[in-house]
Design a binder for this molecule. Sequence first.
Ligand code: C5P
Length: 218
Amino acid sequence: MAGLVVAMDGPSGSGKSSASRGVARALRLRYLDTGAMYRAMTWWMLEQGVDVADPAAVAARCGEPEIISGTDPDGPTIRVGSTDVAGPIRTSEVTGSVSAVAAVPEVRTRLVALQREIIGTGGIVVEGRDIGTVVWPEAAVKIYLTASAEARALRRTAELSGTTVEAQQAAMARRDTLDSTRKADPLSMADGAIELDTTPLTLQEVIDAVLSVVARQG
Ligand code: C5P
């Protein structure tokens, strides 16, 4: 398992985070949440007062923040410099702006380079939107998780407070459209990826399904 890279891609609410952490724990691998890195970049831009709707302004500043990701699946951490941003990156303000920031090619170039550095010699489960297509196309195992729009919105609503399933479904549809239609590294299924529809599955069933792919291909 030492050099193994498991790429876990898919839209928000497909169950990627819980499944990726579960797989990493079961196989004693590291875990990297690349979405948290795009969120940390977005949090920093908002803190600095950068207009996130202006790609040139975002591109001009995206080399500045020091984004540090911990890779323990039992307690993944995310910091910008010395500031722990694990909480702040989950606010609705960051969630509403992250797709615009993540669409800026200069942001992607910087974060993909950082992600490749962290993956290093492998032994890691990496979740995101472009892991199997761009970040690590040579990953031995590539999984593409999907779920129905209702199931995804229901899961997200259960995780958050003060929102409704309808509002979540609309917000997720907007983010999916931005993520899959952007020019730079859009969300798409990688060549050789195994698609797993998690709609009817429990978390443990999703983890078991990924583990059986690893046993076959890893
Ligand atoms: O996974 P999460 O929902 O936290 O990701 C937040 C956003 O970060 C996504 O909606 C997408 O815009 C961006 N993202 C990305 N590429 C990745 C991971 C996340 O563009 N590999």
